[in-house]
Design a protein around this ligand. Structure first.
Ligand code: MG
Length: 405
């Protein structure tokens, strides 16, 4: 292998290439369970790959972003949303000389804790688990990567780096809970996590308009009410005056996306320059976010988001899907907490009262103590891990047994 390199060569290259405020692999606070370094893959690269190999990642194929995943095959699912976030975030990271591997890993992981049926699913689980600390998809994401993923014999979960785990807790906005203990006193988030946070909104603001048009929930005329759309459409018409239909839609969406990314790059470069940060630690000490949009673009995005909230997220077809999703999760939750013997053994085993297993003559050993939880939490974790389709099927199995066994 003529041009083989060692991990140290790569890390030296990072030192030479990355911006002063970027978070280098060498800056990482490491993993919960110590592991030997890989010969040539960096820690953040390994994080990214572990996420892609995880079952939580694959299940995002079947999870709602805004529209229930099975409604048709064209709109975004949680997984395709995630891939869009990851590729935009990489563009931003590369342009600003931030750590691309870390940025991409955080982006690929950012939604893996989402339950089925999108925000409606989260609301349903939060209501079911109110007496047990509620449900938050970010904290659930952390529990998945710390405990629930089973893949490596050496450690529970994926044993991700501190920086990946931190991103879940920060995104939850709940730093005062038990999960926040490790992260509370280290200052603000690194630039790479800030990029993913902001790029998430670039992706969904743009693709939710695309999906709403695709499904006929809104028309070009209605979109004309949005100043941001109008400006992007005018730019497209100047260059391609005769453009109509899907080609026009695609061109305007590309313009909207490009506008947001360029503005984000310009404003962030300006803020980083003015802040004079010289290290990732300086970034943590900064009292204001360094990644963000200029005031004008921010206002245009807010107008677009208002439209999405009123016309798309509250469209009766969307509300019908989410109402039925909520009903499915609540019914499953009630049924499983009332009759825990209906749970698959793997999940029943996690319950502190797993003695029920003995009645089945099971030889399965009890799980390690960290995994033992109270029944409602065990049921909540099981439900949150489901895809839309799986939850729908379980519902039919339990309540309409003749339809689908
Ligand atoms: Mg997202």
């Amino acid at each position: 292998m003529p041009s083989a390199f060692t991990l140290d060569d790569w890390l030296d290259r990072e030192d030479a290439w990355l911006a002063p405020g970027a978070l280098r692999n060498r800056d990482s606070r490491g993993r919960r369970h110590a592991e030997p370094a890989h010969e040539y893959r960096s820690p953040f690269q390994r994080d990214r790959e572990r996420i892609v190999y995880s079952s939580s990642f694959r299940r995002m194929t079947g999870k709602t972003q805004v529209l229930v995943a099975s409604v048709n095959d064209h709109h975004r699912t949680r997984l395709t949303h995630t891939l869009e976030v990851a590729q935009i975030a990489r563009t931003v990271a590369r342009r600003l000389r931030l750590n691309e591997d870390l940025t991409e890993a955080i982006a690929l992981a950012h939604d893996i804790g989402h339950p089925p049926f999108g925000h409606a699913g989260e609301e349903a689980l939060n209501e079911c688990l109110r007496a047990f600390g509620g449900f938050n998809h970010n904290l659930y994401g952390l529990r998945r990567v710390d405990e629930l993923e089973e893949r490596y014999p050496e450690f529970p979960g994926l044993n991700l780096t501190f920086e990946l785990r931190e991103a879940f807790v920060r995104h939850s906005g709940i730093l005062n809970g038990r999960e926040g203990d490790e992260f509370r006193d280290i200052g603000g988030p690194p630039l790479e996590a800030q990029v993913v946070d902001v790029v998430d909104s670039i992706a969904y603001d743009t693709h939710d308009i695309d999906d709403a048009l695709g499904l006929g929930f809104v028309t070009f005329d209605e979109l004309h009410e949005i100043e941001f759309w109008r400006r992007a459409a005018e730019t497209v018409r100047r260059v391609h005056p005769g453009l109509r239909g899907p080609a026009f839609r695609g061109a305007v969406l590309r313009e909207l996306l490009a506008w947001q990314v360029t503005d984000l790059l310009n404003e962030t470069a300006r803020r980083i320059g003015a802040s004079r940060v010289e290290s990732a630690d300086d970034v943590r000490r900064s009292e204001v976010p360094l990644v963000g949009f200029g005031a004008e673009t921010l206002a245009w995005k807010q107008g677009l988001e208002r439209f999405l909230r009123e016309r798309v997220y509250r469209h009766h077809r969307v509300l019908q899907m989410t109402a039925s999703g909520k009903r499915i999760l609540k019914s499953l939750f009630d049924e499983y907490t009332l009759f825990p013997e209906l749970l698959p053994e793997k999940h029943l085993r996690r319950w502190a009262g797993a003695a029920t297993l003995a009645g089945r003559g099971s030889q399965t050993p009890l799980p390690n103590r960290a995994l033992v939880a109270e029944l409602p939490r065990v049921v909540g974790d099981y439900l949150a891990g489901m895809t839309d389709r799986f939850a729908q099927r379980e519902y039919r199995r339990l309540f309409q047994p003749t339809m689908d066994v």
